[in-house]
Design a protein around this ligand. Structure first.
Ligand SMILES: *Cc1c(COP(=O)(O)O)cnc(C)c1O
Length: 371
């Protein structure tokens, strides 16, 4: 029985409950539950130092942070983005009445392909919203060059990139704004949570107004803001999670190394390459199934794993551009998105979390090997 318990794609990391109790006692003691309370302030300070980013603003979740990021920079019209992501990326544009324009991804890492961006720019384009998929950095230098030439903003959906460094600094320091998610399934979680990283104090101030109804003083409202504040329980949990982050990442790395070694020889299964100049967070472990070579389609393998209580996830399938609300856009046609279409048809993310046992990893590898 014990060795056939379900293995899910992830299992949220939590600190020991006893570690959390003193934080709760403090909240009950001081009766500050939200609105930039002491734990919120402390978490902003600690995250900014830990990640190596100049300014960070905490949010109730990543989606509200994305919505707000677009408001902060007054983005309108059309925004160039990727179909190979979680739906929240494009939904955030829709909720801001912005038209998403889908551009294909590059086959190496599955990130927005800079070579295809320029052809999609129109007079209405105001920004580019790429995603560092699986935590692997986009081609940030080329994307910035294009943005500079055409006068566009760059907002990175950095939901997968907590703790990722590129060229010796946080990947979140690139672009105009970067948006993180601290959802239960992410490498650093506050149950639900998120953040915007920005470069200067004035922008942080504007972000902080907008996440609190636009209040800029007791009686002054400077914009139609929203309520997207992180509460004190979330912030307290974040402070504790941060202490365990490095240990958890080391465990992920060991699992990732084992997968890479054990799966390397299997015909028809491919993995992503190692990104250059990057300190990764091992957030996900995607594999790509070539039906002809492997002798089984991705969906057949996915079902077979499921029948054996191994629950991978097809991140990202279907493509965002295939959902009914976006399907009719010109840029959503599969012929515009051949690379994304192929990746979405071949991908399975294997279980990956710090407490995944050696036994479970061996079991997963065995099923992939003996098809
Ligand atoms: C998780 C995720 C989000 C949404 O974050 P929430 O905190 O769940 O709202 C946005 N974009 C991507 C790419 C994600 O993976």
């Amino acid at each position: 029985m014990e060795n056939n318990k379900p293995i899910y794609v992830t299992q949220p990391s939590l600190p020991g409950l006893s570690e959390f109790i003193p934080y709760l006692e403090q909240i009950w003691e001081n009766k500050i539950l939200t609105n930039n309370g002491p734990f919120h302030q402390q978490l902003e300070k600690e995250l900014s130092a830990f990640l190596g980013v100049p300014y960070i603003s905490l949010f109730a979740n990543g989606t509200l942070a994305l919505l707000t990021a677009l408001q902060v920079l007054r983005i309108t019209g059309e925004v160039i983005t990727t179909p190979y992501s979680f739906v929240a990326t494009t939904h955030s544009l829709w909720w801001n009445n912005i038209k998403p324009v889908f551009v294909d991804i590059e086959p190496e890492f599955g990130n927005l392909d800079p070579a295809k961006i320029e052809a999609a720019i129109t007079p209405k384009t105001t920004a580019i919203m790429p995603v560092h998929v699986y935590g692997n950095p986009c081609k940030i230098e080329r994307i910035q060059e294009i943005a500079d030439i055409y006068g566009l903003k760059v907002i990175y959906d950095a939901a997968h990139t907590f703790g990722v460094n590129y060229n010796g600094q946080s990947i979140c320091n690139y672009g105009d704004l970067s948006v993180l998610s601290f959802h239960a399934t992410k490498v650093f979680n506050t149950m639900e949570g998120g953040a915007i990283v920005c470069h200067d104090a004035a922008t942080k101030k504007r972000i902080d107004y907008l996440k609190n109804f636009g209040f800029a003083g007791e009686t002054k409202v400077m914009a139609p803001g929203i309520n997207s504040k992180m509460n004190e329980m979330q912030a307290a949990l974040g402070l504790l999670q941060l202490k365990h982050y490095r240990g958890n990442t080391e465990k992920r790395k060991i699992i990732s190394d084992t997968y890479k070694k054990e799966l390397a020889g299997i015909k028809g299964i491919s993995m992503l390459p190692e990104p250059q100049n990057t300190e990764t967070n091992h957030a996900y472990f995607p594999i790509f199934v070539d039906e002809k070579e492997y002798g089984m389609s991705r969906d057949q393998l996915y079902e077979k794993l499921k029948q054996n209580n191994i629950f991978g996830r097809r991140y990202f399938y279907p493509l965002i551009s295939d959902f009914s609300m976006y399907k009719s856009l010109d840029s959503a046609t599969p012929s515009n998105l051949p690379v994304a279409t192929k990746m979405a048809e071949e991908v399975i993310c294997l279980p990956m979390y710090p407490n995944l046992s050696d036994n479970d990893v061996s079991k997963i590898v065995k099923f992939l090997t003996n098809n």
